[in-house]
Design a binder for this molecule. Structure first.
Ligand SMILES: Nc1ncnc2c1ncn2[C@@H]1O[C@H](COP(=O)(O)OP(=O)(O)O)[C@@H](O)[C@H]1O
Ligand SMILES: [Mg+2]
Length: 355
């Protein structure tokens, strides 16, 4: 399960507007990758291009030996069945209850009987912690529940590739932690290839196996989590540490004057914060993409910032980082180990209503 996607030289324009140019990366099979980038850099366009909803102007997208950009409509329709997509807005049908929303792709794309549909829908609702909420309308539930319902719908055709656009936008930090844990557990369970677009630096630092950054019409960097979190490259460093000092300005790039003023004023980047431990599955089950903490750094002769791999703290400004004695001290933002995670025992109706 889970297939590799190899993107090479991908370019997308709308008219004369170049969105991104010459993007090359490989999403390793079964691993979780995160794509970052300032608003408007074409992250959503990238997801839509991967799934074949938008045609690139150049480049290739290889999946199972076939170039998705060159497929005819019929073959594209077939290969799309490998994908589950959670769009930015959740895109649920407002007049349908959650059950019918989640059942929709099965009724549309398969010839399954209603009793088979029911088994699958209930299984996926359970997977995302929505058991008991089947008859709710999208308008009656919280943003977090709508995202999870969208996720359940993206899962019903058992995708090999899951594309998820800003699952945490509009969610509070606790719900964001729950959905991050859900992604890790889900990835271990279904072993699909995940690509998550997010703005959340804390999620980016702790969840994925790989990180990419789209900036200024190109892919600034893509690679293992530890590679980007230890990178001194100015754009990567600024973005992953949420800093104002660096080449990224309030609106797109800083101009030469701004950068010169910054240099004159002697402003310097603070040292790189510690690299946090990666979030594990809630039951300790291994994931395919998981690597021992610090392995990438060791393999590449990189000395990680002091204090790395001691906690799940992101180490970004505003997050307290204390040096723990045990290497696996739980971070304060995470649910305590005894609390039920959304994928574990089905939440009570009360818990479902309030999340
Ligand atoms: N269908 C479209 N036609 C023309 N321009 C588009 C279309 N979709 C997106 N764009 C433009 O592409 C750019 C990137 O958009 P988007 O991928 O939504 O950014 P992000 O998701 O990174 O915030 C924006 O300037 C947007 O206006
Ligand atoms: Mg977007």
């Amino acid at each position: 399960m889970g297939v590799e996607i190899k993107v090479e030289g991908l370019t997308k324009r709308f008219g004369s507007q170049v969105i991104w140019n010459d993007v090359s990366l490989t999403l390793p099979a079964g691993e979780i990758s995160v794509m970052l980038g300032p608003s408007g850099t074409g992250k959503s366009v990238f997801l839509k291009t991967l799934v074949g909803l938008l045609k690139p102007d150049a480049g290739s997208i290889m999946i199972e030996g076939r170039d998705l950009t060159r497929l005819r409509e019929h073959d594209l329709y077939e290969i799309r069945k490998l994908f589950g997509v959670l769009f930015q807005d959740g895109a649920l049908f407002g007049s349908m209850n959650l059950y019918d929303n989640v059942a929709f792709p099965l009724r549309e794309h398969t010839r399954k009987s209603e009793s088979e549909v029911r088994t699958i829908v209930m299984e996926k609702m359970d997977l995302v912690g929505l058991t008991g909420a089947e008859s709710k309308l999208p308008g009656e539930i919280s943003g977090g529940m709508r995202k999870r319902a969208g996720l359940a719908r993206a899962l019903v055709l058992d995708p090999e590739i899951l594309l998820i656009d800003e699952p945490d936008s509009g969610l509070d930090p606790v719900r964001t932690s729950y959905i991050n844990q859900l992604f890790i557990d889900l990835n271990a369970q279904i072993d699909a290839t995940f690509l998550i677009v997010t703005h959340d630096i804390n999620s980016t630092r702790t969840v994925p196996d790989n990180i990419g950054l789209l900036y200024h019409k190109h892919l600034a960097m893509f690679g293992p989590r530890e590679m980007l979190l230890s990178s001194e490259e100015p754009v990567v460093r600024q973005f992953l540490n949420a800093q104002t000092i660096g080449p990224i300005g309030m609106s797109e790039e800083k101009d030469a004057d701004e950068l010169a003023a910054e240099a004159r004023s002697g402003q310097e980047l603070p040292p790189l914060p510690p690299i946090p431990l990666q979030l594990g599955t809630s039951d300790g089950a291994p994931r395919r993409g998981e690597r021992p903490a610090g392995q990438w750094c060791r393999d590449n002769g990189i000395t990680p910032p002091p204090g790395s791999f001691h906690s799940h703290n992101a180490g970004v400004p505003g997050v307290r980082h204390t040096e723990p004695t045990a290497p696996t001290e739980p971070a304060p933002t995470e649910p305590a180990p005894t609390e039920p995670a959304p994928t574990e025992p089905a939440p009570t109706a009360e818990a479902v209503r309030s999340s």
